[in-house]
Design a protein around this ligand. Structure first.
Ligand code: PEP
Ligand code: MG
Length: 550
């Protein structure tokens, strides 16, 4: 048995076989072949298989992301029938007597280059499609299964690191646990794993590629993974897992009960979600609403700008399914660690301090308007809150509201239905805390993003795990900022919540309640434990925890 430590994203146990994920590296030989007919047939069957795969992807994307996103796969399937491309590949095999792999690489690359040099931006983008189908054909020639990142069996996925978009693409129903060599506890990948209730270890430095297929147990309580565990250990951890399951069942009893302290103070407990596929988790965990719908996952999940229609469908689904519960959708927070290729963002020295979130939206007005129009249309189907991230000035907030009003006017002229909606601001920079009184005059609620607020207050990069020894997640500066924000909000009659990870820190629940917090929005699996803690607090008694004023 081998024991390797890391940092635990979620207290839980995952038991299963490891699947190591690494992007395939394809070595293509230049050697010549004798059997050109055989090679032509190899190419043809790899290509036909690729067409079948693209058609299957189309079907999957149709269900997951709608018609517009799915279309790219039918275009790929058509490209794989393109006569010029087929002739060029066949010719290299036939007359130059190269392998099918070599011929595909040369012919497809050449075709992609032709597209890449075209004037028309739409045509230029087709180069990426050619590379995509080239990869599909090559993978088939090499016999590589690229269906899903983690294969088709339930597994613990081990990887060097996973980007947020890779994590989004994972098939959650087959994912038992995640192990990464790199990554940090506060990264979006970790947040995602947490919200899916999946035990995950990051910074598992000694994780090994040879683990593929081995039995493993992630012990989130002790921040380690056991490879080929002994039968005794497996037995005791299985027991622990059963205990967790029973505990969760017990907590289910809290469903339907109010989040009221012993002395009668009630707050809202909402859920943080990453997209419509998490709606089930909101319902299962009986959340009072959604306090943070991270809409950027709609962008990270796409290969190109999501259209108004695609966004409207995703937002409407959440708002309509959960009505009359409130669903707070945060406008796009791309940038920093969340990059999407198709947005062609300029590389920055300090992306966390760069053009991210509202700064992108305000500098790309049409892009912003597409999302705002989709949100306004979704408002007709339930109880929507629209929340702006990374606001640092009243001017920015006013500009957002003006663009929103412009969109509403346009939609009304087009005869589209719009419902009522609340407007909120994320308080996630020290600047926003300092001007919270001014901001509160312009909006209906505040939601404190403690992940970024901590990063910007303590000047600690949330992505840099090497800074963990310097990170005090209960730092008095951050706690005082939370108190200042709550007080400013209340002075102006608006409610104040927390949607950063600190909201789920049970050691601080009483502190937040004493500060006067109105709402806590946490990952769905933290909802019931949080509610249990709230119901056991008595604010009329002396505080059990320190408060920032002390
Ligand atoms: C935050 O910063 O606390 C927050 C909730 O937003 P994100 O983690 O998506 O940046
Ligand atoms: Mg943030």
């Amino acid at each position: 048995m081998q024991v390797v430590t890391g940092k635990s994203v979620l207290n839980g146990i995952a038991i299963g076989k490891i699947k190591v994920y690494k992007a395939p590296k394809l070595e293509i030989s230049e050697s010549l072949i004798e059997d050109t007919e055989g090679e032509l047939k190899r190419f043809d069957s790899a290509r036909e298989r690729a067409i079948e795969q693209q058609n299957a992807l189309y079907e999957k994307a149709l269900i997951d992301a709608g018609e517009d996103s799915a279309e790219v796969f039918s275009v790929h399937a058509m490209m794989l029938e393109d006569d010029d491309l087929l002739d060029a590949t066949n010719e290299i095999i036939r007359s130059q007597r190269h392998t099918a792999e070599y011929a595909v690489k040369v012919a497809f690359d050449n075709q992609a280059k032709v597209f890449a040099e075209m004037e028309d931006p739409y045509m230029r983008e087709r180069a990426a499609d050619i590379y995509d189908i080239e990869q599909a054909v090559l993978s088939n020639l090499f016999g590589i299964n690229t269906d899903v990142l983690q294969g088709t069996e339930p597994c613990i996925l081990a990887a060097r690191d996973l980007t947020p978009s890779e994590t989004v693409r994972l098939d959650k129903s087959l994912l038992l646990g995640i192990i990464t060599k790199e990554g940090s506890l506060n990264s979006h990948t970790a947040i995602l794993a947490r919200s899916m209730g999946i035990p995950a270890l990051v910074q598992c430095r000694d994780a090994c590629e040879d683990w593929d297929g081995m039995d493993a147990i992630i012990d989130g309580y002790n921040s380690c993974v056991y490879i080929e565990p002994t039968e005794d250990l497996a037995k005791s951890l299985r027991k622990r897992k059963d205990k967790d399951t029973k505990q969760r069942a017990l907590l289910q009893e809290l469903k339907g009960k109010s989040n009221t302290t012993i002395d009668g103070r009630t707050i809202q407990v909402y859920a943080n979600i990453g997209g419509p596929s998490d709606i089930g988790l909101v319902q299962q965990n009986d959340a009072g609403g959604v306090g943070l719908f991270r809409s950027e996952f709609v962008y990270l999940n796409a290969r190109d700008y999501p259209t108004e229609e695609e966004q409207f469908n995703a937002y409407r689904l959440a708002v309509e399914t959960l009505a009359p519960k409130q669903v707070i959708i945060r406008t796009c927070d791309i940038g920093a660690d969340k990059q999407v290729e198709y947005m062609n963002m300029v590389k920055e020295e300090n992306p966390a301090l760069g053009v991210r979130a509202i700064r992108i939206c305000l500098s790309r007005k049409d892009f912003f308007k597409t999302q705002l129009r989709a949100l306004l249309r979704a408002s007709a189907y339930g109880n929507l809150g629209i929340m702006f991230p990374m606001i640092i000035s009243r001017r920015e907030l006013r500009e957002c509201k003006e663009i929103l009003a412009e969109c509403a006017e346009e939609l009304q002229k087009q005869g589209m239905k719009i419902g009522s909606y609340a407007i909120g601001v994320m308080i996630e920079t020290p600047a926003a805390v300092m001007i919270a009184d001014e901001l509160a005059e312009e909006c209906d609620f505040f939601s404190i993003g403690t992940n970024d607020l901590t990063q910007y207050t303590l000047a600690i990069d949330r992505q840099n795990a090497g800074l963990d020894p310097f990170l005090d997640t209960h730092h008095p500066a951050v706690l005082r900022e939370i108190k200042m924000t709550i007080d400013a909000g209340h002075r102006h009659g608006i409610w104040v919540g927390i949607c950063g990870e600190l909201g789920a820190d049970l050691a601080l629940t009483e502190t937040f309640l004493r500060m006067g917090i109105d709402e806590l929005s946490v990952n769905p699996v933290s909802i019931l434990p949080l509610r249990k803690i709230i119901r056991g607090i008595d604010l009329s008694k002396a505080p059990a925890e320190r408060t920032p004023e002390e």
